[in-house]
Design a protein around this ligand. Structure first.
Ligand SMILES: *Cc1c(COP(=O)(O)O)cnc(C)c1O
Length: 447
């Protein structure tokens, strides 16, 4: 069933609703506790990796005892998704002043971002409901994911993106997947509000993260992570926050694993926002985590450029349950952290780099919150490096500006960023001597 997070009213699992019919707040998917023991569940999850059945191999459906909202396995959509790596990142660790840091890289998904973890369950529910078309408002990655999954499931994808500010890489994905792509003359928050009004009139199914079935799939990021860690929970999990669906689903997953006895301790969920799009962080700083003031979002990390995050109450619940932390980082910190992650041979999109920027600050500065160098920390990288090549190239050519691409009026925020880790391409004459000289110079540097 679906249960309201505030008034606890319950609604049938097959109702086409996104919010509580009584009080209008967000809904959780709730289900009876699985009957298997923790050890039996862990053994089943692992054994499925050896199976040839696509549902067993999927990094989401491998954990289907915790996603029991379907009636038969034949209803399940899979691409396959998930099973993303946990990567050691020594250069990033040393940049942050830590002994060890690991990244769980959700960019290793079929459409290049974590959105696939939740789209697979959302599109499965759309199919169960008999929907013809699915829709979302998006800063880019949700539309890429929805486009692909709807196409795989034979549904019409409809995506609303801001007219400016969406990366070409993401836009090109939804075009190729055949999505009806609407470039709305407004920002993400405007597009999201419009879709909410239109969807019931057109009979199309909304797959924004307000849809609780998306958050169900995203829970498996945590289950998979704990399995990778031999069910030894880390001390802290650091995650970027935009619309706050990911952090919300992490909290739900950890609570459910805790109830099942699969969690040894509560990892502290640390949410990081970009300073110009940090309504949750501002609420916590002001000591008012029970109200949220929307902001006019500004950041070059377009995936988290959201001023009125829909899932903020669920995210606050996750932070409070886990004794977590919420903070924001500057454009400069994001840009440098992204380049450092790249030096580990990993790479990510700007929004993901907020994690390393935050860890570095918490490990060094005298904030209220302080990372101990011995803490075990996993940072979540949410999107692939190829998602925003324009940003990366500008950084390395030292021409990245806080211009806030969607603004029509140039503001005083239009200053240049300093590319401390710039690695610009070198244009060179097509001769042996010229190439020799450039390469030798670099070899001399590494010694
Ligand atoms: C969607 C997205 C985010 C933000 O996630 P939320 O669940 O909206 O908080 C962060 N990074 C990337 C790359 C994304 O695509």
């Amino acid at each position: 069933m679906l249960r309201c997070i505030t008034c606890q009213a319950v609604h049938p699992l097959r109702d086409v609703i996104y919010r509580c019919g009584s009080c209008g707040d967000l809904l959780d998917v709730v289900f009876p506790r699985p009957s298997e023991t923790a050890a039996a569940l862990a053994a089943t999850f692992r054994a499925r990796r050896m199976s040839d059945n696509p549902i067993d191999r999927s990094g989401v459906w491998r954990f289907r005892e915790l996603l029991p909202f379907y009636d038969q396995e034949s209803q399940i959509v899979t691409y396959p998704e998930g099973n993303t790596p946990l990567l050691d990142a020594p250069k990033s660790a040393s940049y942050a002043g830590l002994r060890r840091l690991r990244f769980k890289h959700l960019g290793f998904n079929p459409t290049g971002s974590f959105k696939d973890y939740g789209m697979v369950t959302g599109v499965t529910q759309a199919r169960i409901l008999g929907m013809r078309a699915v829709a979302c408002a998006s800063t880019g990655n949700t539309s890429a994911s929805l486009g692909a999954y709807a196409a795989r499931a034979g549904l019409l994808p409809i995506v609303l993106v801001p007219e400016t500010g969406v990366s070409f890489a993401k836009l090109s994905q939804s075009l190729d997947y055949g999505a009806l792509t609407l470039m709305v003359r407004g920002d993400f928050d405007v597009a999201q509000a419009l879709l909410r009004k239109l969807a019931p009139r057109l009979g199309i199914y909304i797959l924004n993260s307000v849809n609780p079935f998306r958050l169900e799939g995203q829970k498996t990021v945590m289950i998979e992570l704990l399995e990778q860690l031999g069910w030894e929970a880390p001390d802290r999990i650091v995650v970027p926050g935009g619309n706050l669906g990911n952090s919300s689903s992490f909290g739900k997953a950890l609570r459910e694993l805790h109830d099942l006895g699969l969690l040894t301790k509560r990892p502290r969920i640390t949410i990081v926002q970009a300073r110009g799009a940090a309504p949750l962080s501002e609420a916590y700083e002001g000591g008012h985590s029970e109200t949220l003031v929307r902001v006019h979002a500004r950041t070059l990390a377009t995936a988290i450029k959201i001023g009125a995050p829909v899932s903020w109450k669920k995210a606050a619940r996750a932070v409070d349950w886990s004794d977590g932390w919420v903070m924001s980082v500057s454009e400069q910190e994001i840009a440098d952290a992204k380049a450092v992650i790249g030096l580990d041979g990993i790479g990510c999109e700007p929004a993901s780099a907020t994690t390393l920027a935050a860890i570095r600050r918490l490990a060094s500065e005298g904030t209220d919150e302080r990372i101990d160098p011995d803490e075990t920390i996993v940072a979540i990288l949410t999107g692939n490096v190829l998602k925003d090549p324009d940003y990366t190239i500008r950084y390395h050519q030292s021409s990245l500006f806080e211009e806030f691409r969607s603004e029509t009026i140039v503001t005083d925020h239009g200053r240049g960023l300093t590319s401390q880790f710039a690695n610009p391409p070198v244009v060179v004459d097509a001769t042996e001597e010229a190439l020799m000289a450039v390469i030798q110079k670099r070899l001399d540097i590494i010694g």
